[in-house]
Write a protein that binds this ligand. Structure first.
Ligand code: ATP
Ligand code: MG
Ligand code: MG
Length: 658
């Protein structure tokens, strides 16, 4: 037998390991606790934890909690739960805020070394110094008046910042990087030796990188109460200052992050080198940053701010003009600009949005029931929908981990989940919209116990007993009031086969509910011949002794938006509301499941996922099955002992509409 392929020991990931093939690999997953995780984070979690696991190392869960305004307890709890749900255990749970004292000390040290200065420039002055006042990106740059202050003066100012001398937006501590480098310093001349030329080329590349134009290290925040350090600090370190230092302090060897941080890599190394936490120009000691492509999923919304609009409803003008789409592709950089330049004014609402609010003021109602609404692609929503964690990990790794972004669509994810479920979950008969069928030729107490496999393709899952009785239920879809040569299921005078039963059934007559005009009951005969070419349909028998049927409410989810590209909708002015799919949730309140469901529910998670035997998920969503000819389902969180609610995880085939 061949060894299973370890995806972490192939391709790009293997290359990253080979660049620094240490014995004690140490990685970290560093979420900001400012929102719920989404499917993109499943990639970050899988990459960081999986990499460490494959190379016999450890991975920390680090809460990057340096922005006191946005953090909430519920996000910490949920992030921990999701990492656990995906089958990973953090080596240590750390918080960037644990290091606030140390970080501040290092800020003083950097200042003492003449590598940081307190800057009082306004946003316009900052732009001017960067040569960007006219909107150009790379104009001639000039250092501001504060750049040349003495270390002592800067130290005093920094302490002033710390002690409340300044209001938010008035000052920042800047790292003295390459803002003031002049072109003549790296102009190459004929006489330069090859070594000098190389030096100058390096200087030019650093100097041309906006990430090194004296990025902010500390700022005074508006709301400065921190949930862990309380009112101790008025100033907080930026991502650029914090991340690399925390990596070094935690002994991270491979700092894996997404590609938008690639231009920040020289800044990452610069700070560690200036503080003697990393050797100049070498990755041998200290953490090594490498960047992998993001996972982008089209067909849904992943931006925290936009999901918030869907969950809480929208007060028009909520989404600041400068953000939105940008949020999905930038991170630390955006943070920095925001802190320095303040938020832009929202624009006036559009005509569509005014129409939507329809005189009810400026509020558009919520589009989903919560962050875990199964129509969303947050991890809590995917879990609630019933998506197995193993399916997500497999999806991420099958797309591949390289420098390139992995761009995909929701239906590709669904297809992957479908394939995964196909070979893992048991099969049951479930009727979404039942019609009662009574066999005229069977006695009241007729009972055949059918021995039905949980998975005909996998004998190891075993069998269970399903009662076939005088009364059964079939799906409304499998019946037509008039026979039609193109319809091969049940209709008056016609016979059809039954799955998991020996004999076919024949429809004799049917009756309708006068109130609804819908077929309410079918009279049938059991045990007559089935003509060639007819189908076999699923059914559920009625037997109190077998606790069959199990009654359920089934929820079928469809895309939340009519367009395949909801990111391109008008979010700022509320225009997204017009594109909501009215059929994104279809409920079947009277569904019925055969009694094999009771076994699955009692033994969940059954069967257990590969490699996850020691992970206990006391969670309803792990009760999963394939409803034969219907769809894949999982038990919803709303279920109780008395009430079964099912979520459709995915359809059996693409676009069945069921
Ligand atoms: P959002 O997409 O909501 O802005 P974020 O980037 O702000 O998410 P963080 O908490 O900063 O979320 O992210 C934690 C880690 O997850 C970071 O290393 C980040 O690069 C990674 N990550 C975030 N989104 C994706 C994605 N789409 N694909 C892969 N990794 C991602
Ligand atoms: Mg972030
Ligand atoms: Mg982001």
């Amino acid at each position: 037998t061949s060894e299973p392929v370890d995806p972490f020991k192939q391709g790009w990931l293997k290359g990253v390991y080979n660049e620094k093939p240490v014995k004690d690999v140490h990685t970290r997953f560093p979420p900001e606790p400012n929102g719920y995780l989404h499917i993109g984070h499943a990639k970050a979690i899988t990459v960081n934890f999986g990499f460490a696991k494959s190379y016999g190392g450890a991975c920390n869960l680090r809460f990057d909690d340096t922005n006191p305004t946005k953090e909430e307890e519920r996000y910490f709890t949920s992030i921990k739960e999701m990492v656990h749900w995906l089958g990973f255990e953090p080596h240590t749970i750390t918080h960037s805020s644990d290091e606030f004292d140390k970080l501040y000390e290092l800020a003083e040290e950097l200042t003492r070394r003449g590598k940081a200065y307190v800057c009082h420039c306004s946003p316009a002055e900052v732009k001017k110094g960067r040569g960007q006042l006219g909107g150009e990106k790379y104009g001639p740059r000039t250092a501001c008046a504060h750049w040349s202050r003495s270390a002592d003066e800067n130290l005093e100012e920094l302490r002033g910042m710390r002690d409340g001398k300044y209001k938010p937006g008035e000052v920042v501590l800047r790292m003295k990087q390459y803002l003031a480098t002049k072109p003549e310093e790296y102009e190459i001349s004929e006489e330069d030796s090859p070594a000098t030329k190389k030096e100058k080329e390096k200087l030019k590349s650093l100097s041309d990188n906006p990430a090194l134009w004296d990025a902010a290290a500390y700022r005074v925040t508006k709301n400065n109460h921190h949930h862990r350090t309380g009112d101790k600090w008025r100033i907080y370190p930026t991502y650029e200052f914090t991340h690399c230092i925390c990596d070094a302090l935690e002994g991270i060897t491979h700092s894996l992050c997404t590609v938008e941080f690639e231009t920040l890599r020289p800044a990452y190394n610069w700070l560690l080198e200036e503080l003697d936490m990393k050797e100049r120009g070498s990755d041998e000691k200290g953490p090594m940053q490498r960047e992998y492509g993001r996972l982008n999923v089209e067909g849904t919304i992943l931006s925290k701010r936009r999901i918030m609009m869907l969950v809480e409803g929208t007060t028009l003008g909520d989404e600041p003009a400068s953000k939105g789409a940008a949020e999905d592709v930038t991170d630390g950089v955006e943070e920095l600009t925001l802190a320095e330049e303040g938020e832009e004014e929202p624009e006036a609402p559009s005509e569509t949005a005014k129409a939507v609010t329809n005189g009810t003021g400026r509020k558009i109602p919520p589009a989903v029931a919560g962050w875990d609404d199964p129509r969303l692609f947050t991890l809590v929503a995917l879990r609630r929908r019933g998506v197995p964690p193993g399916a997500l990990k497999k999806f991420v790794l099958d797309l591949g981990v390289t420098k390139a972004n992995a761009n995909t669509m929701t239906h590709i994810l669904d297809a992957s989940i479908r394939t995964y479920l196909e070979r893992t979950v048991p099969r049951l008969m479930l009727v979404l919209d039942p019609i009662k069928v009574t066999f005229q030729n069977l006695p009241d107490d007729y009972l055949e116990e059918r021995d039905v496999p949980f998975d005909p393709k996998d004998k190891a899952k075993g069998t269970h007993k399903v009662p076939f009785t005088r009364t059964i239920y079939i799906d409304r879809d499998d019946f037509r009031e008039e026979d039609d040569p193109d319809f091969f299921r049940l209709s008056p005078g016609q016979s059809v086969g039954l799955l998991n039963a020996e004999f076919p059934i024949k429809c004799i007559s049917f009756s309708k509910d006068p109130a609804t005009g819908k077929v309410s009951e079918i009279a049938a005969e059991y045990g007559k011949e089935v003509p060639a070419g007819r189908a076999r349909i699923h059914w559920v028998g009625e037997s109190a002794a077998h606790k069959s049927p199990v009654k359920a409410e089934a929820r079928i989810f469809n895309p939340l938006f009519k367009t395949a590209k909801p990111n391109e909708l008008d979010w700022k002015n509320g225009g997204y509301f017009d594109d909501l799919n009215p059929d994104s949730l279809v409920t079947y309140p009277n569904a019925m499941i055969e009694c094999g469901f009771n076994y699955i529910r009692e033994n969940a998670p059954w069967p257990k996922e590969e490699g996850e035997a020691d992970v206990k998920v006391a969670d309803k969503s792990s009760v999963r099955f394939q409803g034969l000819r219907t769809a894949f389902f999982a038990l919803d969180a709303d279920s109780t002992e008395e009430r079964v609610v099912l979520n459709r995880i995915v359809s059996l085939k693409e676009d069945t509409g069921k």
